[in-house]
Design a protein around this ligand. Sequence first.
Ligand SMILES: O=C(O)C(=O)C[C@]1(C(=O)O)C=C[C@@H](O)C=C1
Length: 283
Amino acid sequence: MKVGYLGPKATFTELAVKRVFPELEFEPYRTIPECIDAVVEKQVELAVVPVENALEGSVNITLDYLTHEVEIPIIGEITIPIRQHLMVHPSNKEDWQNVSKVYSHSHAIAQCHKFLHTQFKGIPFESVSSTAAAAQMVMDQPEMKTAAIANELAANEYGLTIVQRDIHDFDYNHTRFLILSGQKVDFLSVSSRGYKTTLMITLPSNHPGALHQVLSAFAWRKLNMSKIESRPMKTGIGNYFFIIDLEMELDDVLIPGTIAELEALGCGVKLLGSYPSFIVDLN
Ligand SMILES: O=C(O)C(=O)C[C@]1(C(=O)O)C=C[C@@H](O)C=C1
């Protein structure tokens, strides 16, 4: 079985995916949409993409692509700790405080804002498709004296020197990744820490109190939400839909009852997946 992931080699996504599927074949993709397309088009059986970081919040391109562009179920999630390091080409390691630019993924830059603000004031930063892509760029252009924010695996893979470790602004830094697939996968060999169910909900228009009624349908059934996110419908200012994660597996009574109640209120409800949740400790 082949797993597509946000690449190139040595991204955090690769770290996450290899912990859960060490024995499978891997295929890196340059962007999140390319990786999701690969599983939709059956070039790979599974795809793993980032969806939420504890410091920076949702990865919007993942949510938007899954809800607007494709139909592919979520079949699992993986959460790993994230340690961001600053790295340079070995030939620039003595002079690392004088780099001309810092590259990384936009989420990684956001996780290190305080560090960049205090240590690299005035030095531009640029977001690229992943932390590993940033490391690769820094390796390819030693004369430019640039730096990357990435993980230790990327420093080793691309031959860079880590000059500052653990530069993320808050200690509790974790990212959640979604596993997507059109087929059923047996995760029996991996122990999970629970289940989640994700629903996409659109509200009826011009219906005062609609969101309150939606939340009540979950509340009186005591269904525990672990996340609620609103994203633009992309049809006009103020038009939003909601993505709700429930901390339980799809059952025969409570979730179907909630969906029926929401539909009776005029809401649109789509089940994006019901799946096991894997929390990986990298140490
Ligand atoms: O660039 C990477 O290494 C990724 O796997 C992407 C990503 C993200 O999109 O949030 C994953 C984990 C970190 O939070 C930073 C970047």
